[in-house]
Design a protein around this ligand. Structure first.
Ligand code: ADP
Length: 458
């Protein structure tokens, strides 16, 4: 069955954020990690989000990976493509938002021309949406409920302009200009236009006509104002049949209602339904963010935990083996148990001073990966990982390549399930919650297991 929405996300947590919003808006959704094998077909989903690592890499790599993702999503029959980036428009003058959007549009135009040639009926049908066929896309980064809004093309974070929000100090992509028309203008040789609020308040049809007028002038990229959810709904109505849209997960939240209006998407009662979870419960934490430290303390007041010390890990295998035996003993009756490297800034600094920042991080990440693959092989079936980098390390150690997105535990963090042939019970998927540093309430680790429906006893 063909999918409705195929998304290409420029980083892993951004992909999950979008996927989570799509499920909440009524789409069954799978996130894949990297571009799948061409033969891979995913069943029973309405949307697939391909997670790339294309935000900060060289632009030509980002373009190549994004085009590979586009080809695969088109082969899955995606009706609409969505290039997802951060709501703070994270990019530099070298890219990657402009070059990737240009390359995707060009590829779409090429495939569309081929399709037009294919049959006369196809040609007739295609003329209906010809205005948009690979010739124009919109840029909708805003995520109003998280305080990211756009007015007259200027991006705000809360009440600050982007270049005064802290983002001007970002280590990889300092955002020193809030005027997105200008920012994007430096990333593409093509003209950039604006769909401003006075147009949006006139509704979806007026906005659509405005986009068409801009397309007739040859304007390829249109930055869109967005102050609130109503603006997102208007934009979704105006662009629902555009082959490629781009933006943050706010737009993702607004599109599914339009897909239903167009009859592309059935009403699904429980889009985030997962199979009942099974297996022992483990938390691995490599995040030292403030929210995680609070979650670790809260968990340790109720359940057992083992503190991983980078300095001890550097001395040989004994420390990791001790962590494994500790966890095994507690997992025998189902857990939950926590193994954590999370530490306050002083202890982190001490470890980094002794080992170097990179090596301290690598030791922790390698240990978390090893713990995850060993313990999942021995029966862990419900796993929470705290930390963005830590999650990346665990997911690659486990060989996870796709995750079905379930219900949200806390804003932005859903339960997911990954088919994992390495599990002792290979028929049951691994239930996995990946939480980046500052997400989640204080009781996240305990509550997450409480809200996950389980089937068989562990
Ligand atoms: P977050 O999402 O909170 O930023 P990440 O997992 O992305 O968490 O990053 C945390 C980094 O800190 C990882 O590279 C991890 O290996 C490293 N780390 C974790 N614990 C320690 C520690 N005690 N000392 C030094 N580095 C640590």
């Amino acid at each position: 069955m063909a999918i409705v929405l195929g998304a290409i996300a420029d980083d892993f947590t951004g992909a999950t954020d979008l996927a989570n919003n799509l499920v909440r808006a009524g789409m069954r959704c799978v996130q894949v990690i990297g571009v799948p094998d061409p033969a891979t077909v995913i069943e029973d989903v309405d949307a697939v989000v391909v997670a790339l690592k294309s935000r900060a890499c060289p632009a030509d790599e980002a373009v190549a990976d994004s085009l590979a993702a586009l080809d695969w999503l088109q082969a899955q029959g995606a009706r609409q493509l969505f290039f997802k980036y951060c709501s703070t428009f994270d990019s530099t003058d070298a890219g990657n938002i402009g070059p990737v959007a240009d390359a995707l549009l060009e590829r779409l135009r090429a495939t569309e021309t081929e399709r037009l040639r294919a049959t006369e009926t196809e040609r007739l049908r295609a003329t209906v949406t010809e205005r948009l066929g690979g010739s124009q896309t919109v840029m909708v980064p805003a995520f109003p409920i998280n305080g990211r809004t756009v007015y007259q093309g200027h991006l705000f974070v809360g009440d600050r302009l982007l270049n005064d929000s802290g983002m001007q100090h970002h280590p990889l992509n300092p955002m020193r200009d809030a005027d997105l028309v200008r920012v994007l203008g430096r990333q593409t040789p093509h003209p950039v236009g604006l769909a401003a609020r006075p147009t949006l308040v006139q509704g979806g049809d007026a906005t659509r006509r405005h986009l068409q007028a801009l397309a007739a002038e040859g304007i390829r990229h249109v930055i869109c104002d967005t102050l609130d959810e109503d603006d997102l709904a208007v934009l979704a109505e105006a662009v629902v049949d555009m082959p490629l849209v781009t933006g943050g997960s706010g737009l993702g939240q607004a599109l599914p209602a339009q897909y239903r209006r167009w009859g592309w998407l059935d009403e699904v009662t429980d889009p985030g339904r997962l199979v009942p979870a099974s297996g022992a419960a483990l938390v691995l934490s490599g995040s030292c963010s403030r929210a995680t430290l609070g979650q670790v303390d809260h968990f340790l007041e109720r359940h057992p935990g083992f503190a991983l010390e980078p300095l001890a890990l550097a001395e040989g295998d004994a420390h990791l083996q001790a962590a494994l035996s500790f966890a095994r003993e507690r997992l025998a009756d189902g857990g939950p148990v926590l193994v954590y490297a999370s530490a306050d800034p002083e202890r982190v600094k001490a470890a980094q001073a002794a080992l170097g920042v990179e090596r301290a991080g690598q030791l922790v990440e390698a240990a978390l990966g090893e713990l995850a693959s060993t313990l999942v092989g021995e029966g862990v079936g419900r796993l929470i990982v705290a930390g963005g980098e830590s999650s990346g390390a665990v997911v690659s150690a486990l060989g996870v390549t796709m995750m079905r997105i379930g219900e949200q535990i806390d804003p932005g963090v859903p339960w997911t399930q990954a088919p994992l042939p390495g599990r002792s019970d290979s028929n049951a998927p691994l239930s996995l919650a990946l939480k980046s540093g500052n997400f989640g309430g204080k009781d996240f680790f305990t509550r997450a297991f409480d809200v996950l429906p389980t089937g068989r006893p562990s």
